[in-house]
Design a protein around this ligand. Structure first.
Ligand SMILES: CCCCCCCC/C=C\CCCCCCCC(=O)SCCNC(=O)CCNC(=O)[C@H](O)C(C)(C)COP(=O)(O)OP(=O)(O)OC[C@H]1O[C@@H](n2cnc3c(N)ncnc32)[C@H](O)[C@@H]1OP(=O)(O)O
Ligand SMILES: Cc1cc2nc3c(=O)[nH]c(=O)nc-3n(C[C@H](O)[C@H](O)[C@H](O)COP(=O)(O)OP(=O)(O)OC[C@H]3O[C@@H](n4cnc5c(N)ncnc54)[C@H](O)[C@@H]3O)c2cc1C
Length: 673
């Protein structure tokens, strides 16, 4: 074994020397500025140096029950430490601290399979802010924020997750006692999935169909107590439990919940938007979709906090490993090359690096728009809500589905060792792949964006004067634009993405009209076009991502060497996705068959140009080794020693002969069984 480690560390050190730009400068860009990098590191040092937050036995060797018990112990220690930090430091806002620990992946170093407290912060508190009156906010936020109560968000049921108008839990107003009566009429009406619901939370926001004066007014949010605050016993009429093992998130304590005529006071209905008066009169808000506000918030934070962050981890591991792993021959008789020399390996890694930066730039846009629209909503201005909803839906869907596919590719790029739990790919993948489904299943979200696009297409001439920035290309669109000459410039590539989106939206809209003329109902015409409809949402989203990334590379305040790297990644992102959908570009944009060879050549040039900087670029994500938690991806490149050390943590290796030999194997082999 002597010498292996030196060779690997030399390989990775050589990569760092080759780098043509300052990794530290790119880290500052990634974090959003020097100051933010400093703050992130400060928090990392504070949490990751604490021995109480470290575990000696890897999580995967514990039983399901032990995992839960450990998760509660660590969550309590961790969140206590966060409170201590916030008490003694006012330089970093509470929001930034929570973003960093829950979304910025610092938390994964403490509890890699997820926190049972996450939904309390990510959904319960935001729902109270978005849906509660001032008095309700004052009461519930202070209780939740001070951790007097532990809460979750219970919307999904066994029978319905997507179609929330179809939820079955009822909440019927009784004016005699001024109470609501919550009830689960069927097995399929049981709440199913909420994080922390099983045994961790004693309160929840519950979404239920509101009935008053014999009329149903659709789903509304209610704050419901589930467990006694002292004994933690479920309250009368509450049936509660945990839903069992899952592909991942096995420390999150996802639960189920049913109600048997449970009474709650009238003021537990969150009444910022819709109200029920004492006598049972229902007062409706301006827009019934305001009840869906928390979902928009989570979709917005998932783009960067889950998709970009998990993909960045995966590609850091795979790129560093590809710099130290040597295999096969490039030329006969020559030493085995680093596997990153293979062009096919570069094709697995570098588009994923480019995608991380692309997602990040769109996530920043989305977060800013979310904040500005939220301010407008508070003033009663709902004009920009449809655009925010449409962009949050497609960006959540595309960022998580790209990350899902690319994390798997990164794992494949590590060969057999990528399959080891110690590579950390299983946890990264299982955390990310859940996001394809939760907070709106991706196909369903793409169809929401498509609905907005088809409507925008039909109104593009009428509204062209006031059309929003993300849709301007539709009113600018001229079908004859596909006869423009092709060139391999960034502005031309961005134009091609817009042409594809506009051309496909036009086609889909016309197809729906054609089917309706043929006698289809509009719903049937929609369903019969829905494969293409999901594709228009993707095309719109890609065009948006490319535009946003291009603009970011132009305005970023960075040195020329760093800008050059960003420009290469932006071009790689565009060329990669163009070639993946080359048929669409041939049909709907000005790309011609005779231009495709040049685009393929450009892809090869870009891969070669990025190759010397690859390790430097992933270093700029600046993941602490404890966060990456990977034998293959640690900073020093000591891959083989770490794989070996991790294998020796297996409890099976604690004894030379396992007792099952004496009990079963020996009698079996001796014919005595
Ligand atoms: C502070 C720290 C931060 C740290 C960062 C942390 C990082 C993260 C860490 C860890 C996260 C893990 C934690 C999360 C775990 C997961 C939680 C859950 O999963 S909770 C359940 C989610 N459930 C869904 O999302 C259901 C999906 N279904 C729906 O949303 C709806 O049912 C939908 C949209 C599919 C259909 O709803 P319809 O049937 O009522 O609506 P239609 O008829 O299609 O449309 C009516 C109109 O409403 C608009 N609309 C629909 N949704 C809207 C919305 N949300 N806002 C505004 N308008 C909307 C539409 O655009 C349409 O508009 P027109 O009529 O065309 O103008
Ligand atoms: C890890 C995890 C954590 C979660 N946490 C929470 C939580 O804290 N709180 C909570 O309330 N919920 C939570 N959920 C539930 C989650 O939000 C739902 O699972 C999700 O919204 C999808 O709904 P569903 O399971 O009913 O899928 P379904 O809607 O049944 O989807 C099944 C298939 O049907 C298709 N489909 C459904 N409707 C349509 C349509 N209209 N058009 C085309 N195709 C359609 C989908 O594309 C999919 O292929 C969580 C889920 C997971 C996996």
């Amino acid at each position: 074994m002597v010498g292996i480690s030196d060779k690997c560390t030399e390989d990775i050190a050589r990569e760092r020397k080759k780098c043509s730009f300052s990794s530290t400068e790119l880290t500052h860009f990634w974090d959003g500025g020097v100051e933010l990098t400093k703050r992130r590191k400060l928090l990392e040092n504070y949490f990751l140096s604490d021995p109480e937050l470290k575990s000696s036995v890897p999580l995967e060797y514990l039983s399901h029950k032990e995992k839960y018990e450990r998760s509660i112990k660590l969550s309590c220690l961790f969140f206590k430490k966060i409170s201590n930090w916030l008490e003694h430091n006012d330089t970093i806002s509470a929001m930034e601290v929570y973003q960093s620990v829950l979304g910025g992946s610092l938390g994964s170093a403490v509890l890699k399979d997820g926190f049972p407290f996450a939904v309390h912060y990510v959904m319960f508190i935001p729902t109270i802010i978005g849906q509660g009156t001032m008095a309700q906010q004052a009461h519930w936020i202070s209780r939740a924020w001070n951790l007097e109560i532990m809460c979750t968000y219970a919307q999904t049921e066994l029978g319905h997750g997507t179609f929330i108008r179809g939820l079955e839990t009822t909440s019927t107003y009784d004016p005699d006692t001024e109470e609501f009566v919550l009830h689960s009429p069927t097995l399929t009406s049981y709440k199913w999935w909420p994080g922390g619901l099983g045994h961790t939370c004693n309160y929840a926001v519950v979404l239920a169909q509101l009935y008053t004066k014999g009329q149903c007014h659709g789903i509304h949010p209610f704050v419901v107590q589930l467990r006694d605050e002292e004994t933690w016993m479920p309250l009368p009429g509450i049936k509660i439990g945990e839903i069992g093992c899952k592909l991942g998130f096995n420390t999150v304590n996802n639960g189920y919940l049913g109600f048997d005529h449970v009474r709650i006071p009238r003021d537990r209905l969150l009444m910022k938007n819709n109200k029920v008066l004492k006598d049972g009169t229902y007062v409706k808000s301006q827009n019934d979709k305001l009840t869906y506000g928390t979902m928009i918030f989570v979709r917005v934070i998932v783009v960067r906090g889950v998709a970009a962050s998990n993909l960045a981890k995966a590609v850091t591991i795979a790129t560093r490993y590809s710099a130290v792993r040597r295999q096969s021959e490039l030329k006969p008789g020559e030493p085995e090359p680093q596997i990153m020399e293979f062009q096919t390996q570069q094709y697995k890694l570098f588009p994923a690096i480019a995608t991380v930066f692309a997602i990040k730039s769109s996530a920043t846009w989305l977060w800013d728009v979310y904040n500005s629209v939220t301010k407008d909503l508070d003033q009663g201005d709902l004009d920009k809500l449809p655009e925010l909803h449409a962009m949050a839906c497609c960006l959540k869907a595309i960022s998580t589905s790209d990350a899902n596919q690319m994390i798997e590719t990164c794992r494949f790029a590590c060969g057999g060792h990528g399959y080891m739990t110690s590579s950390n790919f299983p946890t990264i993948y299982s955390s990310l792949t859940a996001a394809v489904t939760y907070e709106g299943e991706n196909t369903v979200l793409l169809l929401q964006t498509a609905r907005y696009l088809v409507k925008a297409w039909s109104q593009r001439d009428v509204t062209s004067a006031t059309i929003t920035a993300t849709l301007k290309y539709l009113s600018d669109f001229r079908p004859s634009d596909i006869y423009q000459p092709w060139s391999l410039t960034m502005s031309n590539l961005a134009e091609a993405f817009r042409l594809v989106a506009a051309g496909k939206i036009k086609y889909c809209s016309e197809h729906i009209d054609y089917l309706i003329q043929k006698g289809y109902t509009s719903e049937d015409a929609w369903n019969a076009t829905s494969i293409q409809l999901t594709q228009i949402a993707e095309a719109h989203c890609r065009a948006f991502i490319v535009d946003t990334f291009v603009k970011e590379t132009e305005v970023a305040v960075v040195s020329e060497p760093v800008r050059k790297v960003l420009v290469q990644l932006c071009e790689l992102y565009s060329v990669y996705w163009l070639l993946k959908n080359v048929g669409d570009f041939l049909v709907y944009s000005h790309l011609k068959i005779s231009d495709v060879d040049a685009v393929n050549e450009r892809l090869a040039e870009l891969l070669a140009a990025i190759r010397p900087n690859a390790v430097g670029i992933v270093d700029s994500f600046d993941f602490h080794d404890d966060i990456l938690d990977s034998a293959l991806g640690a900073y020093d490149g000591r891959v083989y020693e770490r794989i070996f050390e991790a294998a020796n943590k297996s409890p099976l290796n604690a004894e030379p002969v396992n007792e099952s030999f004496h009990k079963y194997l020996k009698p079996f082999l001796k014919g005595q069984m």
